[in-house]
Design a protein around this ligand. Structure first.
Ligand code: GDP
Ligand code: IMO
Ligand code: MG
Length: 429
């Protein structure tokens, strides 16, 4: 039985949520394996719009949804998001939702530190979502995290708090901040503990059972390969590995479980937050992409930076993440452009490059080399088969496929769940 791993192949917001929701009805379980509530996945089903940050997108179809150990979990945010979704008529119970009991928690002190650092960094800031993601991952790796399973042992938390606060109080002092209020923290954890614990379990065991029964697992990545802490535009990245391999370590299944790797790719490029962006447009075309694509962050409401499709970056992401096929999204946003451009290489101090260099100064300096194609005046919005696409749109998609050396498995033509063209079913072996 094939599993499918969905990952973003650019700087996030490629439309992962829409595609995961579309695939979820064919899956038996949907698993988030990294990131946290920095993600913002938008699903549009009829006249309902669902915005998910922490919950796996499978929850909307009622598919078993799992938060894996690789995620950092803000328990208060979880409670709010569950309440919000329930308010939209989505049932969330221990039968259809589980959380890894070894997930590290995001605490208020992580959010504090994220904000303090960003404010102090001035122009050099990362432009984080301010949700405490980086500091929470630091504490996990620093072996001082409070985890979901600790919520069942709050009476014996003192030694862990000693470790955690020794670290944070020193940092806070550097920002002229008061030490952590330990009593308040424990009290707040107590208030939320039972709510979280009803879903907590060793999910590796649940997934083992699911797998043994021959069920199909859909892994839902957050962010994108260019925000990966190793492979992305460091230091302007998030603090987790966003590549496909993390699906295994972040859920408690082996590397042979990831199956078909579906890279989600936007038909142009966007980025939110600071950092290099070779094809960024600060002209009327960029503005048009942003307006037509409604490019505003789901989490922070920030305007996303927009630019032409960068085939060099996506080819690199597909290679690094072992992408089997891509879902090309938001093709409809390009409708009506006289001409469209694709970046096929870079020029760096007179040298031609066919990859994105690692050093941040080089990343900032590369100049894109463009190929221009005729656009299309017809609408592709809502197309559900190749036959509905104008010839120039097909040419554009085929050229992308060629340049990124990876086949197109799906094409998305609107935010709506079913406005999707299936070329190759990723669940078929
Ligand atoms: P994610 O973080 O990768 O899940 O993506 P976001 O949800 O943050 O951003 C993608 C946005 O584009 C959402 O508002 C989607 O509803 C929308 N979207 C997804 N696919 C398409 C598409 O094919 N066409 C258009 N016009 N919008 C799309
Ligand atoms: P989805 O899953 C786009 C960006 C932030 C910032 C950097 C670090 O919706 O695609 P962090 O808060 O993670 O420490 O911020 O990463 N970022 C995203 N950009 N989509 C996302 O998620 C993102 N999650 C984080 O803007 O530049
Ligand atoms: Mg998003």
């Amino acid at each position: 039985m094939a599993n499918v791993t969905v990952i973003g192949a650019q700087w996030g917001d490629e439309g992962k949520g829409k595609i995961v929701d579309w695939l979820a009805s064919r899956a038996d379980a949907v698993v988030r394996f990294q990131g946290g509530h920095n993600a913002g996945h938008t699903l549009v089903v009829g006249d309902q719009t669902y915005k998910l940050s922490l919950l796996p997108s499978g929850i909307v179809t009622g598919t078993l949804s799992i938060v894996g150990n690789g995620v950092v979990l803000d328990p208060w945010h979880l409670k709010e998001e569950v309440a919000k979704l329930e308010g939209q008529g989505v049932a969330i119970t221990p039968d259809n939702f589980a959380i890894a009991d070894n997930c590290p928690l995001i605490l208020p002190l992580h959010r504090d530190l994220d904000g303090l650092r960003e404010a102090a960094a001035g122009k050099g800031k990362i432009g984080t979502t301010g949700r405490g993601i980086g500091p929470a991952y630091e504490d996990k790796v620093g072996r001082r995290a409070i985890r979901v399973c600790d919520l069942a042992h709050l009476d014996s938390l003192e030694p862990q708090l000693d470790r955690l606060c020794a670290h944070h109080d020193a940092l806070r002092a550097g920002f002229d901040e008061a030490p952590v209020d330990r009593a308040k923290l424990v009290e707040e954890l107590r208030e939320v503990a039972d709510f979280v614990l009803q879903f907590a379990q060793p999910v590796w065991k649940r997934l083992k059972k699911v797998r043994k029964a021959g069920a199909r697992i859909l892994f839902e990545g957050a962010q994108g390969v260019l925000l990966d802490v190793d492979h992305g535009t460091y230091p302007f990245v998030t603090s987790s590995n966003t590549v496909s391999g993390t699906a295994a370590s972040g859920s408690g299944l082996g590397p042979n479980s990831t199956g078909f790797v579906l890279g989600i790719v936007k038909a142009y490029t966007t980025r939110v937050g600071s950092g290099p962006f070779p094809t960024e447009l600060d002209d009327a075309d960029g503005q048009r992409l942003g307006e037509r694509g409604h490019e505003f962050g789901t989490v922070t409401g920030r305007q996303r930076r927009c630019g032409w499709f960068d085939a060099v970056l996506v080819r690199q992401s597909c290679a690094i993440s072992g992408v089997t096929g891509i879902a090309l999204t938001k093709v409809d946003v390009l409708d009506g452009f006289e001409t469209v451009r694709i970046c096929t290489g870079y020029r760096l101090r007179g040298k031609i490059m066919d990859y994105y260099p690692s050093h941040s100064a080089d990343q900032a300096e590369v100049e894109p080399i463009y190929e221009e194609m005729d656009g299309w005046q017809e609408t592709t919005a809502g197309a559900r088969s190749w036959a509905d696409l104008p010839a120039n749109a097909i040419k554009y998609i085929q050229r992308i496929q060629e340049l990124i050396e990876t086949p197109v498995a799906l094409v998305s033509t609107s935010p709506q769940r079913d406005d999707t063209i299936l070329v190759r079913d990723p669940f078929e072996d």
